[in-house]
Design a protein around this ligand. Structure first.
Ligand SMILES: Cc1cc2nc3c(=O)[nH]c(=O)nc-3n(C[C@H](O)[C@H](O)[C@H](O)COP(=O)(O)OP(=O)(O)OC[C@H]3O[C@@H](n4cnc5c(N)ncnc54)[C@H](O)[C@@H]3O)c2cc1C
Length: 481
């Protein structure tokens, strides 16, 4: 079907929707097309700032009818920037930030524009929380639909494991509520399949008693001791209870108030922890940190869970350029430790190599029970270059490439929310092979025309049905994305 011009789309959408419709040059257009990764600069033909599910449905139906590319932007944190279409229609859901906490039922319903910082603050008023992102400015939607890692996951499972239901706008523009009873297949796909199956306009989560005070923070050691710290970390993880989550990160000490000025920018290896138990229990479980000898800096304390959830906020500044690679590790062999320990220091202060543990409640869910896979992995490793000056792009890409070339042979699969623009084989690698075929079959059932393709795309199995009802051969996986 032929596309439409910006003027027609603007006029039509103004008639069909309640939310603001923005064209290039309009006030708010640039803010609505910005994403977290400052390297992305896409210009939609038109942006609909959705006021609710009805606007989303109108936008989806309009894009299909007009044959224009559709993108879904919730909070814009995905590094690929596929939340924003270049030349098509972007549905901006960031204003759909309603949040309802039901302490009696231990449940919360959040709009796709809700940030984890707000979610945590409101849920913690009742001593409750669910697994959510480790930076308070990350949003609930994209993170949860892709799986959802966070400090609580060893105790409470992935964010997607805590989904109770989703209000969804499907590819034909219908608004529907999906849970395990209404549509078990679709609900399965939504828990890990990313934005491939519709637009989530509300997400209902199970909440758990957490805190409000936990033990958290980090201990920093000189980068030269990375090999020793990583070997210790491997053993520490093996014995860790579910209430303890510990990351091991290679970084530069930030120029933050809690860091003495003489240590700012110093390459270091950090063990960052969250312990959900009482003070005595945490003291016992964290005592092994003392085996590592004197650190450069130790900042572990009893703190509010909401404060712990902001510890990394400095590294999450909107507009930074970012480029990274990630993968799952079944174990942490000596050879992988050697690669990490001999890594050259990051070219700028916000770059980070992060080892995040799975295990606990994540591993107790079966590999194909949800679309989110790789549950038996011990760790996820990510190498992220973060910088501001475009002139430094090549140096940062080269740093990631050199480190990743060494690490990649030890990895198996990847967390879909940590994927960059890496091609269709890497999207497939995010899933168990049986889940991948089921996802492709379900995509053919729920989105045969691949309307939702600006994402880590799962191509529909079999021929693709276009909006006009025409059947075309199935594309090579990922070619539509
Ligand atoms: C600073 C930072 C910290 C992060 N921390 C974590 C972390 O702790 N744990 C973790 O697991 N991940 C983390 N991430 C990764 C994050 O989960 C992904 O980037 C996620 O895709 C962002 O979600 P979003 O809602 O901002 O997506 P957007 O960037 O707005 O959209 C990205 C894609 O998600 C899909 N999507 C978004 N909203 C919807 C919706 N409502 N319905 C259907 N599809 C939708 C679309 O396909 C869209 O193209 C972090 C990212 C950043 C930048």
């Amino acid at each position: 079907m032929p596309g439409v011009g910006g003027a027609a789309a603007y006029r039509d959408l103004r008639r069909l929707a309640h939310g603001a419709v923005l064209r290039p040059g309009d006030d708010g257009y640039d803010a609505a097309r910005r994403v977290w990764n400052g390297a992305i600069d896409r210009r939609p033909m038109v942006i609909l700032r959705c006021a609710g599910a009805a606007d989303v449905a109108a936008g989806v139906r309009y894009a299909v009818r007009a044959g224009i590319e559709l993108s879904i932007r919730s909070t814009g944190h995905n590094v690929t920037g596929r939340a924003v279409s270049d030349g098509g229609l972007t549905l901006d859901l960031s204003g759909m930030d309603g949040l309802r906490i039901d302490p009696e039922r231990r449940a919360a319903v959040a709009g796709p524009g809700v940030l984890w910082g707000d979610f945590d603050r409101r849920a913690q008023e009742h001593g409750l929380a669910t697994t959510g992102g480790r930076i308070s400015t990350t949003g609930v939607a994209g993170l949860t639909l892709g799986g959802g890692f966070g400090w609580l996951m060893r105790r409470c499972g992935l964010a997607a494991d805590n989904l109770l239901s989703v209000e969804l706008v499907t590819a034909d523009g219908t608004v529907t509520r999906v849970d395990g009873d209404t549509d078990a297949d679709l609900f399965w796909a939504l828990r890990g399949g990313g934005g491939n199956f519709g637009v989530a306009t509300a997400l209902e989560f199970r909440l758990h008693p957490v805190g409000p005070v936990v033990t958290g923070g980090a201990v920093f050691y000189p980068a030269a001791s990375a090999g020793r710290v990583l070997r210790w970390y491997r053993g520490f993880l093996r014995d860790a209870p579910d209430v303890l989550s510990a990351q091991c990160n290679l970084l530069r000490l930030p120029a933050a108030p809690f860091v003495p000025a003489e240590l700012h920018g110093r390459p270091a290896v950090a063990v960052a922890v969250c312990h959900l138990g009482g003070e005595a229990e945490a003291g016992k479980d964290l005592a092994a940190l003392d085996d590592l000898g004197p650190p450069l800096l130790r900042r572990i304390a009893r703190m509010r869970y909401t404060s712990l959830q902001r510890l990394y906020d400095m590294a999450g500044r909107f507009g930074s350029r970012v480029h990274g690679r990630a993968g799952y590790l079944a174990a942490l062999p000596d050879a992988a430790i050697d690669v990490l320990a001999s890594a050259e220091a990051a070219p700028s202060p916000d770059c980070i190599v992060m080892l995040s543990p799975l295990g606990g409640a994540v591993a107790r869910v079966g590999e194909t029970e949800t679309a989110a896979g790789h549950r038996s992995a011990a760790l996820s490793v990510s190498v992220d270059a973060v910088w501001r000056d475009p002139a430094e792009t090549a140096a940062h890409h080269a740093w990631v490439r050199r480190l990743w070339d060494g690490l990649r042979p030890f990895t198996d699969g990847v967390y879909v929310n940590e994927l960059g623009d890496e091609g269709p084989d890497r999207v497939r690698a995010a899933y168990h092979p049986a889940s991948w075929s089921r996802l492709r079959d379900l995509k053919a059932r729920y989105d045969p025309g691949n309307v939702f393709r600006l994402n880590q795309n799962i191509p529909p199995a079999g021929p693709v049905t276009t909006a006009s009802g025409e059947k075309t051969p199935a594309p090579a996986p990922g070619r539509l994305g």
